[in-house]
Design a protein. Structure first.
Length: 147
């Protein structure tokens, strides 16, 4: 009986606390939306569709990687070329389109974009061969002078 009462009490507490948790998350999301709009001029639809409980964290990650080059080791153009290459391998047409645009906006040429995508395909090819043929990892490392 004690377990049942404890369970009921926990359920009631959860139901009563849920609106408080949501109320605490919404201001963070709304504030994040305001910051995104101030920075980008819009709040993109995929951000609006993102869970409100996680949008502030996603925005913080984006800012850190994309909008604060002084805190990053990679140049913006290099990061964009990496992003294009990864997007091509996922594949994600949204990402390919946007990351190609970003790379070009950051000074990348069509040839650089093509080379980044080709490198991604090159790595993917050898990954498929090495993993598919189950090449011994320790032997592989030894062949290339690894520990």
């Amino acid at each position: 009986m004690k377990n049942i009462l404890t369970g009921i009490g926990l359920a009631i507490a959860t139901v009563l606390a849920a609106p408080l948790a949501v109320a605490q998350e919404l201001p963070a999301a709304e504030q994040t939306y305001k910051e995104i709009e101030a920075t980008l001029g819009i709040v993109p639809s995929h951000i609006k569709a993102y869970p409100k409980s996680a949008v502030a964290g996603a925005w913080t990650m984006f800012k850190g990687l994309e909008l604060q080059p002084e805190n990053n080791a990679l140049e913006p153009k290099v990061k964009s070329l990496i992003n294009v290459a990864v997007a091509a391998q996922i594949p994600c047409r949204y990402c390919i389109w946007l990351e190609t645009k970003m790379a070009k906006d950051r000074g990348a040429t069509d040839e650089e974009v093509a080379e980044a995508v080709a490198h991604a395909g090159y790595v993917r090819h050898w990954s498929a061969v090495l993993n598919g043929l189950q090449i011994d990892f320790e032997t592989f490392k030894t062949e290339f002078g690894g520990d």
